[in-house]
Design a protein around this ligand. Sequence first.
Ligand SMILES: *[C@@H]1O[C@H](CO)[C@@H](O)[C@H](O)[C@H]1NC(C)=O
Ligand SMILES: *[C@@H]1O[C@H](CO)[C@@H](O)[C@H](O)[C@H]1NC(C)=O
Ligand SMILES: *[C@@H]1O[C@H](CO)[C@@H](O)[C@H](O)[C@H]1NC(C)=O
Ligand SMILES: *[C@@H]1O[C@H](CO)[C@@H](O)[C@H](O)[C@H]1NC(C)=O
Length: 297
Amino acid sequence: MDILCVLILFPALCRAIEVRVPDLPVTGILDEDVILPCWFNPPADFSVQDLSLFWKLTSLQQVHAFTLGQEQLENQEQNFINRTQLFLSKLPEGNMSLVLRKVRLSDEGTYTCFVNVGNFSSAAVSLQVAASFTKPVLHLEPSEGLKPGDQVTVTCHTYRGYPEAEILWQDGKGQNLTENITTSQVANEEGLFHVQSSVHVILETSDTYTCLVYNPALQVVTHASLSVTGQHLAFPLVALWVTVGLCVCLLGLLVALGCVCRKHLKQTCEEEQEREEAAMQPLKASSAEGEDTSSLE
Ligand SMILES: *[C@@H]1O[C@H](CO)[C@@H](O)[C@H](O)[C@H]1NC(C)=O
Ligand SMILES: *[C@@H]1O[C@H](CO)[C@@H](O)[C@H](O)[C@H]1NC(C)=O
Ligand SMILES: *[C@@H]1O[C@H](CO)[C@@H](O)[C@H](O)[C@H]1NC(C)=O
Ligand SMILES: *[C@@H]1O[C@H](CO)[C@@H](O)[C@H](O)[C@H]1NC(C)=O
């Protein structure tokens, strides 16, 4: 192209700098490093000494600068101090990508890379910050004494994600549930979202409910399922066996107690009888004596 320029003597076109950035937003993971890519086509006789480049956030905040052959960081915005870095060895190739360390939510925005090598140009790239949600946790309310026909609420919680999630509920057959769903997303003091989504369903037979949490920036789905099976229904089988077992034990105990009692009772009766008999004899004797005495009187 340079040869072509010289040949046709069209300097304006020759000096035009083309600056390229990704079309799609760059996703930076919270607390991790991210590269903001930016590239220009260096002129043939290009020297890094002649290069001026600036990275700015929303055209105002100075993120990084390089002029007169070195980095110029005096006017750098407070937020970016010690967090930015150019690939200095790649500058001669026109690679002015910027590393941003330990990404924060406040970094989200549009970054513009300005370049001046005799001619001036710029391009903007968006940074989307993302944080993955925790694995969802499901709760069933009420969770006991359920029988078919009861209305239950299945609630899904997931924490500390960014940006807001898209929540989808599915039944055991993989069908989307669309009715009776309420979802709330609340940002904590750090700006990360706590998602709570509930689906109200009428229990029929056993079923499985799946909560899918989609993070649009990460394009990642996390999910969790809850099975409302016979164990949760009317009278849990385990509880039935436990109850039967307890009844049998109780019955056995009663029978044993009865036997012991009867034996004990019998024994006491016999003893009582013996004692009575024993007590009767002296009485008999004394009464005989009495009779005797009375007869004597
Ligand atoms: C940046 O790094 C230097 C050297 O490690 C340190 O002295 C300074 O306090 C840091 N500044 C900020 C704002 O973190
Ligand atoms: C610029 O250099 C960095 C570091 O080597 C690399 O990751 C990136 O892909 C380069 N960008 C371009 C547009 O060549
Ligand atoms: C469920 O809904 C999602 C999003 O609305 C859609 O992409 C998907 O195809 C649906 N799946 C079924 C089985 O209907
Ligand atoms: C939604 O709730 C209403 C009222 O509780 C109920 O009549 C309806 O069947 C529910 N829809 C589904 C799909 O469960």
